[in-house]
Design a protein. Structure first.
Ligand code: ADP
Ligand code: MG
Length: 230
């Protein structure tokens, strides 16, 4: 037995966008291997392909070529339905602008990813309450997203990403709209959860302040990941 089941492996990943007759190469051969418990910050200027890479790792977009193996599975050979299930069971995704549903409460927003499961909803609710307490929001369960602060909304988004116990947690500029104090709080929270739950954590950001909190750093440059200190 090897430890491949617990790894994320990316080999020679490329992504091109074709618009009209022009082909734009955004990822030009990305290689990456991460094990459970590892946390990586990927930096790079706007337009360097950070979101493109993260969306592919989140199985929200297709690579042009190359290999992505997550926990012994290449998700891109699965049907759309199987891919959705794979994503739901293995991947938590945190967006820059939280993507919470305005009409639902904090607690309901965290529960949304559990609604496709058949399991007991009281278990899920118990877990959601526990997560929200963990991030300091136990007194905000029935608030709507508009009734809490930006930092609080991102903490709700973190809980929603964690509700199905993902092995892979992906964050796309999770502090892009936050001030310095909240940036540090969210960064520390992500890293604590990465250790507590033994996830693979990848955070893309243009914030060197956020990246500096992470134990590993890479930079996207000319479509390639290069190791660089921040
Ligand atoms: P970053 O997140 O680092 O700011 P992105 O990954 O969003 O960068 O985008 C990288 C480049 O790819 C940009 O130049 C962008 O215009 C281009 N791009 C992203 N998505 C598409 C798309 N769906 N079609 C065409 N070009 C795209
Ligand atoms: Mg982006």
């Amino acid at each position: 037995m090897n430890d491949a089941p617990e790894q994320l492996v990316v080999r020679n990943l490329t992504k091109q966008f074709t618009l009209a007759d022009e082909s734009l190469s955004i990822l030009a051969g990305v290689d990456l291997t991460l094990n459970r418990g590892e946390a990586l910050a990927i930096t790079g200027p706007s337009g360097s392909g950070k979101s493109t890479l993260l969306y592919i790792l989140g199985v929200l977009d297709q690579p042009t070529a190359g290999e992505v193996i997550q926990f012994n599975q290449n998700p891109f050979v699965l049907s759309a339905k199987e891919q959705a299930e794979f994503r739901n069971q293995n991947i938590g995704f945190i967006f820059q602008d939280h993507h919470l549903m305005p009409q639902f409460s904090v607690l309901e927003n965290v529960l949304i990813p559990t609604m496709v499961h058949q399991g007991s909803s009281s278990d899920a609710e118990e877990r959601a309450r526990h997560l929200l307490e963990r991030v300091g929001l136990k007194d905000r369960l029935n608030h709507r997203p508009a009734q809490i602060s930006g930092g609080e909304r991102q903490r709700v988004a973190v809980c929603r990403a964690l509700i199905n116990n993902p092995r892979l947690l992906l964050a796309d500029e999770p502090t892009g709209n936050l001030d310095r104090a909240n940036t540090e709080a969210i960064g520390k929270l992500l890293l604590e959860i990465n250790q507590e739950q033994n996830t693979i954590l990848i955070c893309v950001t243009h914030s060197s302040e956020l990246a500096a909190l992470f134990p590993q750093h890479q930079r996207l440059r000319d479509g390639l990941l290069v190791t660089e200190s921040v």
